[in-house]
Each structure stands twice: as C-alpha cells, then as structure tokens.
Design a binder for this molecule. Structure first.
Ligand SMILES: [Zn+2]
Length: 233
C-alpha cells in the first residue's frame, strides 16, 4: 500500500496528464458526470498472474512478472482515476485469486477474474502482462485482442498506436489477435497489454522504473480515451 500511496501522490496533479489526455478527460467527465461517483465510467484493470503463479522471470534481476504487473496496474489505476474513471482491480494484492493452491488453481483463478469483470460491467478491460521471448533482442510493448470482437480490436489499435508513439519505443509493433481466456471470458472491449519483454535487459530495467511505468500507463490511458471518444456508440 505504501507504494500505491506514493504513486497516487506522485500522480495526483493534472499537470502530469498530457494536453491531449486532459482534453479527452474533460470530455469523459462531461459524458459521465463528475458530481456522482456512482455515475463514473468503470474500467477493469487485470494484473496478470499472482500467488504461486509468478509468470515469466526477468533475465537480469529475476524479477517476477506478477510483481511488475501489480506495480504497473496500481500506477494505471491512479492514472485512470485522475481522468475521472472508477477502477476495479481483479488482483489488488500479490495473492492469486484461487483460494488454496491445490489442483485446478489456475482455472479457479481465471474464473474469479471473469466473475469480477462480469460484476463490474466495465466500459473496457486492460489485462497487464510482461512478455518473454527466447531471442533476447526482442523489445517493446505489444497489445492483443480477440479476433471476433471489433470493439476489442479498435481498443487494441488505439492503445498500440499510443504505445508506439512513446519516445522510448525502439520498434513499432502491430496489435495482434490472441486466443486468451481473459479476452474470451466476456464481451466487454478487452485487451492484453504486454508492456515489454522481461527477456530483454533494457526493457526489464525500464519496466522496473516508476517513471517508465507511468509513461506506459499514460500511453494506455490516452489510447483508451481515444477509443471511448471515437469508436464507441
Ligand atoms: Zn503474463
């Protein structure tokens, strides 16, 4: 929680929003009504893995993907809340969502994420992950969507565009279709954001820095705002 408070304090000024994001945020405020928090647009942020499932491991430091996912998800929550959204986290702590780590825990974990998404009825879902590839030179952020969902594809294209526009982006990527449970478990516009490659030492170092985590999160926010302003309804 200390880390989270630190992030929120650091993110607690509108000046950190880019001019474009701020303009969109005003638009979203107007759409959703700022006076009533119950009328705010809800999004779900899904920190991948957790508990006994650490995901992939950083090539230099051995950092667990599940920990990086949680850090970035908390920074992302602060960014979206500053823009006027209500945020639901599927995994707000280091613990997995499966109860006891007995047989079938992964399936229970994923079903609980689906239940939380269904209960939240969100405008969109962002699942946060880190990538790994045998070729250690591979770098950069990559967004996945469900092929049969045009809205998910639009959201993915917007977020990928925004991530490709970051000064730190060394190679532009294309959003890709992916057959993953978290994309298939609901019909809400859903994407997986693989923020970078833990198999690349430079990406690994960046992804562990709070300043870079914020940049990634604001890029995702800008992509989501562009999607909501232009592609929905
Ligand atoms: Zn993952």
């Amino acid at each position: 929680m200390d880390l989270f408070r630190k992030h929120r304090a650091a993110l607690g000024v509108a000046a950190l929003l880019s001019a474009a994001a701020f303009a969109f945020a005003v638009c979203i405020f107007a759409l959703t009504g700022t006076a009533s928090s119950s009328r705010r647009m809800t999004i779900v942020i899904d920190a991948g893995h957790g508990g006994v499932d650490g995901g992939v491991v950083g090539i230099s430091t051995g950092v667990k993907e599940s920990d990086v996912n949680l850090q970035i998800s908390r920074v992302m929550q602060a960014a979206f809340e500053e823009a006027g959204f209500s945020v639901v986290q599927t995994r707000p702590t280091e613990a997995g969502l499966y109860g006891a780590a007995t047989a079938g825990y992964k399936k229970r974990d994923m079903k609980e994420r689906a239940r939380i998404i269904s209960e939240a009825s969100p405008a969109l879902v962002v699942s946060v992950h880190q990538n790994f590839f045998p070729l250690s030179s591979r770098r950069g952020a990559q967004v996945f969507f469900r092929e049969s969902s045009p809205l998910s594809q639009s959201l993915a294209l917007r977020i990928q565009d925004s991530l490709n526009g970051m000064p730190e982006c060394v190679k532009k990527s294309q959003a890709l279709k992916g057959d993953y449970y978290i994309l298939n478990c609901s019909d809400y516009p859903s994407v997986i954001v693989e923020c970078g490659f833990l198999s690349n030492a430079e990406d690994e170092a960046l992804l562990s820095e709070e300043s870079y985590q914020k940049k990634i999160c604001y890029a995702v926010l800008q992509g989501a705002l562009a999607f909501l302003a232009s592609d929905v309804g």
